[in-house]
Design a protein around this ligand. Structure first.
Ligand SMILES: Nc1ncnc2c1ncn2[C@@H]1O[C@H](COP(=O)(O)OP(=O)(O)O)[C@@H](O)[C@H]1O
Ligand SMILES: N[C@@H](CCOP(=O)(O)O)C(=O)O
Length: 289
C-alpha cells in the first residue's frame, strides 16, 4: 500500500506560458493498495459524483501508463481511495495532481526509485504540457522545458515575500477548451514582449517581489482566453487597475494574485469568486508507505 499527497499548482504565472509554475499547499491524497483481482475506486470530496470509477479514472490511467513505461506487469487488482481537495477544472492543476499521484504510486508499487526526473518525463507525456506537473513533483517555483528526450524542470525559490492568493469561481473551465482558443501563431512583438517578461518574472519571484506587477504581464494567452471567461478577465483587470499583480491561474478560470502579506486580501466586491490564501508548497508530492 502507498499514499501519495499531490499539491495543487498554478501554471503560466502570466507570461510563462507552458513553462513556469508554482506549487500550492492544497493537496489531494490518494492511497493505493494491491488486491488479488479487480479494480475499486473510492472518491471523497471534489469530483466525487463526476469522475469515473473504472479503468478510465485519470489516476488509474496514469498508473497503467507508468507500469507500461517501466516494463512492469500491471497488477491484477488495485484499490484506490482518493481524498480530493483541489477543485476540478478551475486552473489549479487538478489533472496534473491526479497524473502525478498515479505515476508516483505506480513507481512505488513497482519498486522503482523515487526519481522525480523520470516521473516528470512520464507525467508530462500524459498531461501534454509540463508547467503543472513540474511544480507538483518538485515543489516551489519551477521552470520547465521539453527537449528531445522528454520534459525537464528546475525548482527555485520563491522569495519568502511571495504570497499567493487564489480567487476561485463556481463555474468550471476545461483546459482543453481554453487551449483551443489560442491562435496557431502570434505577432513577433508579442513573443518578444513575453520573453522579456518571463525572464523578469524569474528575477521577481526569486529576488525582487516589488517587480511582480510588470513581470506578470502577458500577451500570449490571457487576451485570447478572455472571451471564454469574461468574469476572470474582469477580475484580473480590476485587480491590476489597483496595482495588484494578478493573472489567470493556469488556463483559468481561477485568478492568481501576489499580495504583500498573506493576511492582505484584496477587495473583490462585485466579483463572484471565493478568496483562498494559499502558501507555497516547497516540497512537492509526498510518498508514504
Ligand atoms: N483527482 C482526479 N481524479 C480523476 N480525474 C480527475 C482528477 N482531477 C482532475 N481530473 C480530471 O481532469 C479534469 C480537469 O482537468 P483540466 O481541465 O486540465 O483542469 P485543471 O486545471 O483542474 O487541471 C476533470 O474534469 C477530471 O476529468
Ligand atoms: N500552460 C497550460 C496550463 C494549464 O493549467 P491548468 O491548471 O488550467 O490545467 C495552459 O495555459 O493551457
Amino acid at each position: 500500500m502507498v499514499t501519495i499527497s499531490a499539491p495543487a499548482t498554478s501554471a503560466n504565472l502570466g507570461p510563462g506560458f507552458d513553462a513556469l509554475g508554482l506549487a500550492l499547499d492544497l493537496c489531494d491524497d490518494v492511497t493505493v493498495a494491491l488486491r488479488t483481482d479487480g479494480l475499486t475506486v473510492e472518491v471523497i470530496g471534489e469530483g466525487a459524483d463526476q469522475v469515473p470509477t473504472d479503468e478510465t479514472h485519470l489516476i488509474v490511467r496514469a498508473m497503467y501508463a507508468t507500469f507500461d513505461d517501466l516494463g512492469h506487469p500491471r497488477p491484477s487488482g488495485l484499490a484506490l481511495t482518493c481524498v480530493n481537495r483541489i477543485p476540478h477544472a478551475r486552473g489549479l492543476g487538478s489533472s496534473s495532481a491526479a497524473i502525478v499521484a498515479g505515476v508516483l504510486a505506480a513507481r512505488a508499487l513497482a519498486g522503482a526509485p523515487d526519481d522525480r526526473a523520470e516521473a516528470l518525463r512520464v507525467a508530462n507525456d500524459l498531461e501534454g504540457h509540463p508547467d503543472n506537473v513540474a511544480p507538483c513533483l518538485l515543489g516551489g517555483f519551477t521552470i520547465a522545458w521539453t527537449p528531445a528526450g522528454g520534459a525537464r524542470a528546475v525548482t527555485i525559490g520563491p522569495h519568502p515575500a511571495v504570497h499567493p492568493m487564489i480567487f476561485v469561481p463556481q463555474d468550471r473551465g476545461l483546459t482543453k477548451e481554453a487551449r483551443a482558443a489560442l491562435p496557431a501563431s502570434v505577432p513577433h512583438g508579442d513573443a518578444s514582449f513575453n520573453a522579456g517578461r518571463s525572464a523578469l518574472l524569474v528575477h521577481a519571484l526569486t529576488s525582487a517581489p516589488e517587480l511582480l506587477f510588470d513581470a506578470t504581464e502577458d500577451r500570449l494567452h490571457q487576451g485570447y482566453r478572455a472571451a471564454g471567461a469574461p468574469a476572470t478577465a474582469a477580475l484580473v483587470a480590476d485587480l491590476r487597475s489597483r496595482g495588484v499583480p494578478a493573472v489567470v491561474s493556469g488556463a483559468g478560470p481561477s485568478v492568481l494574485a501576489f499580495v504583500p502579506d498573506k493576511d492582505v486580501i484584496p477587495d473583490i466586491t462585485g466579483h463572484n469568486f471565493a478568496s483562498w490564501p494559499l502558501r507555497v508548497d516547497t516540497t512537492g508530492a509526498r510518498i508514504s508507505h
